[in-house]
Design a protein around this ligand. Sequence first.
Ligand code: ADP
Ligand code: K
Ligand code: ZN
Length: 432
Amino acid sequence: MMFQQDLETLPREELKELQLRRLQDLCARLYANVPFYQRKFDEIGITPKDIKSLSDIKYLPFTEKQDLRDNYPYGLFAMPKENIVRLHASSGTTGKATVVGYTHRDINNWANCMARSFASVGLTQKDMIHIAYGYGLFTGGLGAHYGAEQLGAVAIPMSGGSTKRQIQLMRDFEATALCCTPSYALYLYEAGLESDINFKELPLRIGVFGAEPWTENMRHEIEEKLSIKAYNIYGLSEVMGPGVACECEASANGLMHIQEDHFYPEIIDPITGEQLEDGEEGELVLTTLTKEGVPLLRYRTRDITSINTTPCACGRTFRRINRLKGRSDDMLIIRGVNVYPQQIEGIIIEAEGTAPHYQIIVTREGALDTVEILVEIAEGTFTDTIKGLQQREQKIQKTIKEFLGVTTKVRLVEPKTIERTDGKAKRIIDKR
Ligand code: ADP
Ligand code: K
Ligand code: ZN
């Protein structure tokens, strides 16, 4: 079932025409209303009228997160306050928060994108969606909420926190779907065990998880423990919030359809800024084609992925992005080798007797980077000897060395010693 079938299945040629028209309109709006962009256009020496085809986008300036910070709070708003109906702010994972504003139409488009996402993973009006993303300035909670209502499902606005109570209400209210970060889904599972609530006996059937990177192995872990189908959803507050891209029932391996009528995607080389071909891995750049409040041109997400053009069996014509590999600013350079935490996650989860909870601690000893990885032992796995424990640690170290080429020190720790959060998990502690 599609929420907006006519749009989601637009023939690609028509879609491109729509995108071009919207891009031209966007440039005109930015030039007229946002001095920051007017200056940028003038510097480069182009006017909105110079945009004749979609490929001309490559001549347009990028927008960086720093630009939002420099223009904090309202410098990039393209609409006067009387047209803005809501503010949100990014969670500030990588520094000072940034503020975004939405018009009525922006909120409605966002709700549609989220409703499309929910429908694409098989949710309908009959579903009860337990929303455990934080409500507030963070876009997760309210974004999912409006989408659930737009779809006609029942939105259960739990927000984060009170984990034990959440799990009881999830049972009492007979929630059929769960929306939160993948790490919080696992935390809920643990809270269930402690409250004698067995996920396998709940009506819960689908999870829509995002807001932080996660791996295919993590998906399997969650699906098995919670006895659900787990889907990946992507978004970011600067561009809208959750619902920019989402998996569908026919997608596998984390491929997510981008809502291409609203967002124009490009992949660039993060160092040179050059556009890359479809299929090549690089930094995702998004242009908001319809946004009114704070429209952004070529926003550098710092998220690493690639665009997949294979037609999807679901019939949607929107291209798909691959599971996010991580943020370019999360990439660790360990003695010259580039490593993403997700690559380590994949290996840890696959190892025997480990729980999917880990933390990567990077320090510098003299001139050398050292990486210590704390991994929890799975509850109920009994290790008799210290030697046995050490052997398991070494085995994981060896696999990491083999697959990623970096030397690490793996330390197995007691269950539940790594901090749980109801939002984005803190995976890396960089002490350098
Ligand atoms: P912040 O930058 O403060 O974390 P947001 O709360 O808007 O701001 O988070 C957006 C970011 O979260 C994205 O840029 C991306 O790095 C990450 N993210 C969101 N969804 C996913 C996902 N499904 N997979 C991987 N990363 C994701
Ligand atoms: K972000
Ligand atoms: Zn599909």
